[in-house]
Design a protein around this ligand. Structure first.
Ligand code: AMP
Length: 281
């Protein structure tokens, strides 16, 4: 695995891959890798000839009071994991390489960026779309793999790719969970043993909604009330949002008569966790 620290190195390497007529897959991460990330790498390996992964803790997508400074950075371990997955290129730029002094251009997807997490994390999605657009322009992948875990992010990135005519196909892969249902996340490392137990309520509330849906409930208000009820019983868990939305517009729905996204975000102690499920028609 070749580690590229500069944009020029990464760009040259990717260009050579394409010149050789090979299909290049790309996975963008912030490191502290877990099985969720590795599932994207494996999906990329299974359909691409060459795979590039980025590790970049993007300062632009963190709010001023968020966890940028303490976000887990485990580069040696991460590069070992990627090496064992036979990843070809690891792009690991510094913040100064990605955002040199004077950088003043941002990519914002209007409308979608202030929904769900965008409401409680202003600036988050513009930070994500700006870095992902830059990464796409540097790596120029044929396919890019994202996790359903960040469902709104995938919707927003798809919109950006369509609107800017970026020549990349977006592939969204299923959420990888711990055996007890908790969605894997680099932020799970922040949880104390007690918080780790409490955190299970996010998935449990989604399963409760899923079960009621399976039994025929189609009112979003009733389903949300059932989920909220469970979440409120867990002390130490503070709900940010629980919403049932159209997966492409992220607008709330009232009746579940087409596929919907049920998305939850909650603080467990000081750690903000997210999860979601998709309900069919
Ligand atoms: P992050 O490092 O948190 O920016 O995540 C990098 C990519 O991994 C994003 O596309 C995430 O959606 C994806 N990802 C994170 N956690 C999971 C998970 N538990 N299952 C599947 N994909 C995930």
């Amino acid at each position: 695995m070749k580690i590229c620290k500069t944009i020029d190195e990464m760009r040259l390497a990717a260009r050579e891959v394409r010149r050789a007529g090979k299909r290049l897959g790309f996975v963008a991460t912030m490191g502290a890798l877990h099985e969720g990330h590795l599932s994207l790498v494996r999906a990329a390996k299974s359909v691409c000839d060459v795979v590039a992964v980025s590790i970049f803790v993007n300062p632009l997508q963190f709010g001023p009071t968020e966890d940028l400074a303490k976000y887990p950075r485990t580069f040696e371990r991460d590069s070992g994991l990627l090496e064992s997955e036979a990843v070809d290129f690891l792009f690991a730029p510094t913040p100064a390489e990605m955002y040199p002094a004077g950088a003043a251009t941002y990519v914002t997807v209007e409308g979608l960026s202030d929904k769900l997490c965008g409401r409680s994390r202003p600036g988050h999605f513009p930070g994500v779309t700006t870095v992902v657009a830059k990464l796409f322009l540097i790596v120029e992948p044929d396919l890019a793999f994202f996790g359903q875990k960040d469902a709104a992010q995938s919707t927003i990135i798809r919109r950006m790719v369509q609107d800017l005519n970026l020549p990349v196909e977006i592939v969204v892969c299923p959420i990888v969970r711990e055996p007890d249902g908790l969605a894997m996340s680099s932020r799970n490392a922040y949880l104390t043993p007690q918080e780790r137990k409490s955190a299970r309520v996010l998935h449990r509330s989604l399963m409760e909604i899923n079960n009621r849906f399976d039994r025929g409930e189609r009112s979003a208000a009733n389903l949300i009330a059932a989920g909220r009820q469970l979440l409120s019983q867990e002390s130490g868990v503070r709900l940010d949002y629980l919403e049932i939305v159209d997966p492409s517009t992220l607008d709330p729905v009232t009746q579940l008569d087409k596929p919907t996204l049920v998305a939850v975000a909650a603080f467990v102690g000081n750690t903000r966790l997210i999860d979601n499920i998709v309900l069919p028609v």
